[in-house]
Design a protein around this ligand. Structure first.
Ligand SMILES: NC(=O)c1ccc[n+]([C@@H]2O[C@H](COP(=O)([O-])OP(=O)(O)OC[C@H]3O[C@@H](n4cnc5c(N)ncnc54)[C@H](O)[C@@H]3O)[C@@H](O)[C@H]2O)c1
Length: 277
């Protein structure tokens, strides 16, 4: 009788099963922590010599341990799990979202179970846990905070996220602007080079024209020189001829009027010539 007293909840489950006329094709659903899972599993294993049950564990410990392995049972005044069976659930549905409302103590109990498993069976997993220790501690600590504190933390986290996004956006914009400046610089450098080449070309052309003109001017100068020389020669020739004519005239006059008069006339013409020059 003592056993039944301790298993009052188990008794309640069976009462519901009979009241609702559950048969061998019915299914029990264990929705809760390890205690619920163990008890529901045990009830399913003995109701009508065993019906199906499904586990939906809502504590971390139940998700990582109690819902796996097929052990079911209930406690009594003589000890834990002394009454029970091995009975596998038809399915186990695990959703980490259930853990959002889990108190710190229950969450830590689940973490302790995970660490125990890692230490016992998986060195790499234990090292991974060591690495993620701050995040895990953070997840546990947050559970002790009030609604307001949690809201504030969320706001801070959201702001951090926004800052990060803004930072990323700005970094991208800076990067894009740098790229544009680089492209513009390249374009301008090309254009400046083009203009430089054109100026060089024009300078070359000016130089050539200058050279050509200098040659032409020199040519004209030489031609003028030549013409001047020719004029000089003609002038000289004419002077000589005039002199010749004058001399012949004087000679002719001298023949007419005598020698002394010739000397006077010659002297007169020479003085006239000097005076005119
Ligand atoms: N069958 C197995 O292989 C196995 C293995 C390990 C442990 N167990 C058993 O599991 C039991 C411990 O399981 P437990 O740690 O889940 O404890 P629990 O089932 O007693 O649940 C702990 C508390 O958390 C509450 N709770 C459950 N889900 C919640 C949620 N999502 N949000 C807020 N509160 C929630 C419960 O109402 C309860 O008050 C023990 O009886 C242990 O013997 C069984």
């Amino acid at each position: 009788m003592k056993i039944l007293k301790i298993s009052k909840n188990l008794e309640n489950i069976f009462e519901h099963c009979f009241e609702h006329k559950l048969n061998r094709s019915s299914i029990l659903i264990a929705f809760g922590g390890g205690v619920i899972g163990d008890m529901t599993g045990f009830a399913a294993s003995i109701y009508q010599r065993g019906i199906d049950f499904i586990q939906i564990p809502t504590t971390l410990l139940a998700q990582v341990d109690a819902s796996v392995g097929g052990k079911t049972g209930v406690n009594n005044s003589f000890g834990k799990n002394l009454i029970g069976s091995f009975y596998q659930p038809k399915a186990v549905y695990i959703d980490p979202k259930f853990l959002d409302t889990l108190p710190k103590r229950e969450f830590s109990a689940g973490v302790a179970e995970i660490v125990k498993m890692a230490v016992t069976f998986d060195k790499d997993f234990f090292e991974e846990l060591e690495k993620r220790y701050p995040q895990i501690l953070d997840m546990a600590t947050k559970r002790d905070l009030s609604e307001t504190e949690l809201r504030l933390i969320k706001e801070i986290e959201d702001t951090r996220k926004e800052i990060k996004e803004l930072e990323l956006k700005l970094t991208k914009e800076i990067e894009d602007t740098r790229k544009e400046i680089k492209e513009l610089e390249l374009k301008l450098t090309k254009e400046v080079e083009q203009v430089r080449l054109e100026v060089e070309e024009v300078r070359k052309e000016i130089k050539e024209v200058e050279l050509k003109l200098t040659k032409e001017v020199e040519q004209v100068r030489l031609e003028v020189e030549e013409v001047r020389k020719e004029i000089k020669d003609v002038e000289l020739k004419l002077t000589k001829e005039i002199e010749q004519v004058r001399f012949s005239t004087i000679k002719w006059i001298a023949g007419l009027i005598g020698g002394q008069t010739v000397v006077l006339i010659t002297t007169f013409f020479t003085l006239l010539k000097l005076f005119l020059h």
